[in-house]
Ligand binder design. Sequence first.
Ligand code: SF4
Length: 481
Amino acid sequence: MADAPNIAPAKTPGRKKLFIKTYGCQMNVYDSGRMADVLAPLGYAPTDRPDDADMVILNTCHIREKAAEKVFSDLGRLRALKTAKADMLIAVAGCVAQAEGAEIMARAPYVDIVLGPQTYHRLPEMVARTARAKNDPAAGQKGVLDTEFPAEPKFDHLPAPKADGPTAFLSIQEGCDKFCTFCVVPYTRGAEYSRPAADILREARGLVAGGAAEITLLGQNVNAYHGEGARGLGSLIRALAEIDGLARIRYTTSHPRDMDDDLIKAHGDVPQLMPFLHLPVQSGSDKILASMNRGHTRDDYRRIVDKLRDARADMALSSDFITGYPGEADRDFDDTMELINEIGFVQSFSFKYSPRPGTPAALMKPQVPDDVKTARLHLLQQVLDIHLRNFNKDCVGRTFDVLLTGSGRYPGQLVGRSPYLQAVHVMADPKHIGTIVPLAIVSVEAYSLGAVWAEDSFGRISCGEPVPTSPGNALAPVVSA
Ligand code: SF4
């Protein structure tokens, strides 16, 4: 690694424009924010138009099918922009960059920077190296490729993030040691690393001081958290719950193997911890779970859910599912459907299995024919959708504390989040944005809820009571999030 050059902060911040396209999960959304943070001192301010940008970053994800092809197709479009604007910098970041960095450099030589998820704190020096290379063609450097897993944790070199509204993400853990046979994350994000608790608490206090009322803790295996100064995620959550003004805590994404008793107990005794958990199971078949190297059985999963519901009766769960994993027979798929009906997931992400180069499952036999994968996926999604709709319907007539996060689509309408992460719409004064208010749920759309103010001349409506109507409580059109 070359020595870091001295980079003088720009004299006129915001002079240059930065466009970041983020693919994939909340970890990538968080990383994109942090890349913007490290580039701000160089004068880069965000723009939402790539054709207006001096620098474009594609922050990629390798989870979805044909991820690399989608990146190359976006790069093709950016090439045309760069032809018209020779000084534009193009960077490819994230998991596709980590896995296929050399190929990106070879196939798209107009890309200036390729960086992995562990090196974005070095972006300023990469930008400077690129500028040096442009000014000195004799140096012969065409682009910067940095996909190392550096010994120094990147978090030590990042500026403290600022809150951007009432909800915020906070990355506490990265990487994965589980090596599920279908997944590239252990190869692209590296080994599990947990940030020290003191750093997380400091960052959380800063976010709350900046206006965040809800923080979602992020990690590829967030509940494998074992950072210095905490005895696991349960202990970290208890420490975070002491922060004045932090009203809500969530965490994602969890692995069933790391749902220890202390964390489950925290769901029962930390009121700030929301009663909604994304806990991927992937399959309900023990044979497939073993082949996936998940390290748990379907009964283990059931027991965890039972314990969570014992700790907190109103817990709701969401999950990830894969259909057509190699060797999945009808019987295995039936097991998955049975588990879905038994648990009653209220949200989900489901996909057809698609092989990722370099993963063990890509070489397994037999691969399931695509039409079978598709048919199973449709069936599974139909059932999951019924569970979601039933759950939403059951919310009508209940009162939820809703964190109002911003304006809705219609004049006078605000949108917020229920404890279960449902979008809730209500007519209300914008002064309430950022506050948590009791709202009575009065209608349901496919993926959102309509509400009225629960605190009115009728007094506080408690959960399950019928909702009185009054002229001032006219219901706005409900839109999906
Ligand atoms: S636990 Fe499995 S699916 Fe999740 S990131 Fe690790 S390897 Fe991938």
